[in-house]
Design a protein around this ligand. Structure first.
Ligand SMILES: NS(=O)(=O)/N=C1/NCCO1
Ligand SMILES: [Zn+2]
Length: 263
């Protein structure tokens, strides 16, 4: 199958019909991170995550990915430092993955594809009062990206994997509490790339400071297989479609510089 071939199909079928070009879209995401073209910035600070597992509320299938949502009505789970001037509140995390382990990530590193990518989505709570307000502002959002590789079983991920069969269909939601998203971060979060981009799913707004971890995390083949057992389709739909390949293609850099926090 295409999965076993080393040469990934050049044109994957994007999940949703993409607008041909986002009006004035000159900072779209994801991108390929060309390592040798990234610029070391010694002024980049260490990242500071302060997540409270008690703010974890629910997990649901939105028909594109599955989201773990946090209570972002107070400053309980926050991200600051790194390239960020303000304090950002965690509102949700989700993943993107392929139909097989040969592809699935959104960002690539020197064109290397990973089997999946985690996104922790935060909004600027120093400047705005709601995610919906921040999502249209240049400095409104900060998304932490972490690549996943196939290897040993990720113990922290298993609680989430065990919940997936209960939200197989689009629109299903179940209570999900006391989950610490910090357990999904790699040991070293001080080595990252950062650039200004956009959401990779509609509304594709150019409001994201992207912070992509250099270090990946490992999950087992079986854990990732459970992601692929989810469905894009609602229970009542005739034809059920497996939730796979829910990633966007890489977008033109348009002269942007990717900075690195490490040499
Ligand atoms: N893949 S992404 O850029 O994080 N997309 C979104 N959309 C809503 C929140 O995050
Ligand atoms: Zn995402």
């Amino acid at each position: 199958t295409a999965c076993s071939s080393k040469f990934v199909l050049s044109q994957m079928h994007p999940m949703w019909q993409e607008p041909l070009a986002v009006p004035g879209g000159d900072r779209q995401s994801p991108i390929d991170i060309a390592v040798r073209k990234s610029v070391f910035d010694s002024k980049l600070k260490p990242l500071i995550t302060d997540y409270d597992p008690k703010t974890c509320q629910q997990i649901w299938n939105n028909g594109y990915s599955f989201l773990v949502e946090y209570d972002d009505t107070t400053d309980k789970s926050t991200l600051k430092g790194g390239p960020l001037e303000d304090k950002f509140r965690l509102c949700q995390f989700h993943f993107h993955w392929g139909e097989c382990n040969s592809w699935g990530s959104e960002h690539t590193v020197d064109r290397k594809l990973f089997p999946a990518e985690l996104h922790l989505v935060h909004w600027n709570a120093d400047k705005y009062s709601l995610f919906e307000e921040a999502v249209v502002e240049d400095n409104g959002l900060a998304v932490l990206g972490v690549f996943l590789k196939i290897g040993k079983r990720h113990e922290g991920l298993q609680k989430l994997v065990d919940a997936l069969p209960t939200i197989r269909h689009k629109g299903s939601v179940v209570e999900f509490t006391k989950f610490d998203p910090a357990c999904l971060l790699p040991p070293n979060i001080d080595n990252y790339w950062t650039y200004h981009g956009s959401l990779t799913t509609p509304p594709l707004t150019e409001s994201v400071t992207w912070i992509v971890m250099k270090q990946h995390i490992e999950v087992s083949h079986d854990q990732l297989a459970v992601f692929r057992s989810l469905l894009f389709t609602a229970a009542e739909e005739e034809v059920q479609k497996s939730m796979v390949n829910n990633f966007r293609e890489t977008q033109p850099l348009r002269g942007r510089t990717v900075r690195s926090s490490f040499t």
